[in-house]
Write a protein that binds this ligand. Sequence first.
Ligand code: GLU
Length: 418
Amino acid sequence: MSQPCRHYEVVSQLVEKAAIAMQLDPQVKELLREPMRTLTVSIPVKMDDHTVKVFKAFRCQHNNVLGPFKGGIRFHHQADEDEVKSLAALMTYKCALVGLPFGGAKGGVLCDPSQLSAGELERLSRGFVRAIAPIIGPDQDIPAPDMNTNAKIMGWFVDEFAQVRGVYQPGVVTGKPVALGGSQGRTEATGRGIMYVTREAATAFGLELKGATAAIQGFGNVGSYAAKFLYDEGCKIIAVTDIFGGVYDPSGIDPYQLKEHELKTGSVRGFTGTSPISSQELLALKCDILIPAALGNQLTAENAGDVKCEWVVEAANGPTTPEADEILQRKGILVIPDILANAGGVTVSYFEWVQNNYSYYWSEEEVDQRLEKVMADAFDEVYETYLSGEGTTLRVAAYMVALQRLAKAMEARGWVTT
Ligand code: GLU
């Protein structure tokens, strides 16, 4: 569904709501109003047919009061400047909310990766790093994977950065292959974090996860691991969609077998024992937990009225428009906001950066235990703020917690007058 480009404005509205509820110092709001820097670059790539093609790309650094900028790089044909700016801002609030010593950033390369050969993808990735090398570094700005990027691409990033700067610094990028100093558990981290937060929420709001039904839009890195971890907790995954189509089985789908099917055939479509379902039908399914784990702006004013789940757990960044958010609230549907629900990825990115700084590596159990604690603490803080009545929704409460941390740091650094 095509949406007007108003991503950044939407995040600003979310901040405004929380700012009003907590009577935020207007100076803090002013400092967060615009990103600190957005770099636009043109990346020339020699294509396999010997022609040169130039790709447009962005790195937006929203705010760094809490520490070096941090955030993923997305390869997508819709990753325009406005979207990248909004995603960078979400990173500022996400890192602040879970208490990481990072600011917020995001990168976007306008391309359709499915149309690129392996060689073209590598040349584009390396070209992007060369273009943004002057503004990134382990203490400046640390990229990571996001939509359509992965550990392999992060490996090229680290290598290219080493060639440009003449020093090998693994901490310049997170989400790397383990062979290059990547962290155990990073690939699974966002999906695992979704499960930890959902489990905390289930205890707080009294939902029995065993037997709870879940529908998941998107079966990429985030959606597929979220499905597996929730399935391991006893949830019944009744529907899954990807960009090609979807599958539905009210008696439950085994996400491990579904992944094998997807790896073999390229899509979840046609998985044994299921019937087809569209993305829009999935969003309107009657279920306990609806998990948008794909693109932004999926729940809108047009379709939110049809949503019949008990909870929406936002695994994607920005899947719910403000209009849809209000409709869901009126319907009594609980929304666990993106900056809380999907913070597991950047949290393990932080662990990876710490391990790189120390050159001392942790076991997967250690990583998972620490992740569980960060996610549970973040949930508790949001939940307490929510209960205190100041925040009307978990989203407003989450922004209040994040803004509080940002305001304190701005005050301590002397960015605002007191
Ligand atoms: N792309 C992920 C996110 O949106 C992770 C970012 C990171 O690890 O820096 O949170």
